[in-house]
Design a protein around this ligand. Sequence first.
Ligand code: NAI
Length: 248
Amino acid sequence: MGLLDGKVAIVTGAARGIGRAIALKFAQEGADVAFTDLAIDDNAKATEAEINALGVKGKAYASNAADYADTERVVAQIMEDFGRIDVLVNNAGITRDGAIKRMTEQQWDMVINVNLKSAFNFIHAVQPIMFKQKNGSIINMSSVVGVSGNANQANYAASKAGLIGLAKSVAQELGPRNIRANAIAPGFILTEMTDVLPDNVKEGWYAQIPLRRGGTPEEVANVALFLASDLSSFVSGQVLQVCGAMNT
Ligand code: NAI
């Protein structure tokens, strides 16, 4: 018996990193998992194979989450292939960090579109399906910097704060149809995204974290599992920070 037996989940940007960990965790708990990424590269193929090896259905879809029409297309295709959608995890995200005075319009637009507009695109596309099912759990991958802000990440922090407002609004609007929406705000998590940071920057982060380490993708996936499953059936409109007490 898995916590997600019989459920179908979509996870965006799940070829690698936190999204991949969530897709695998959901599959381990019995969910069929459709996941997207920009391209079906070796990472995506490996994730797809690992999901299928767990005995559930898993399929990778190439899609740009920032593109409205492309999102409508991919959700329709997933519906055709899987027949229902119970869980949506808006995980796809990028950074284009820089001081506000040097930030270009392109850096701003790209981060807002990939991180925030993407979540609108997917929520808009899945809501009629969840509405008919009278069931759904939507999870937006925010960040602690969406709660507290961060110097040199104005675009990223604004997009992540937006994901919180979006989740809270959807929770209020769609709650009467038994559709829940929450945000996860991870702190410093060890993935390819953070691996590129210089060692002294990583050490700086660890010093600010009471648990004195970065988190793992699996530790974020465990919280996503809770929010996706019926264990959290009365939890909606919330932000769960997964940050080793960095933001308290
Ligand atoms: P990652 O860079 O390892 O993985 C992100 C995935 O999203 C990649 O596979 C990438 O190809 C995909 N992606 C990028 N743009 C896309 C698009 N337009 N459409 C579809 N897929 C796209 O990043 P990581 O670390 O796994 O982060 C996942 C999420 O967690 C992101 O939203 C990130 O902002 C958030 N997060 C990460 C933290 C960390 O410390 N790693 C901390 C807080 C939040």
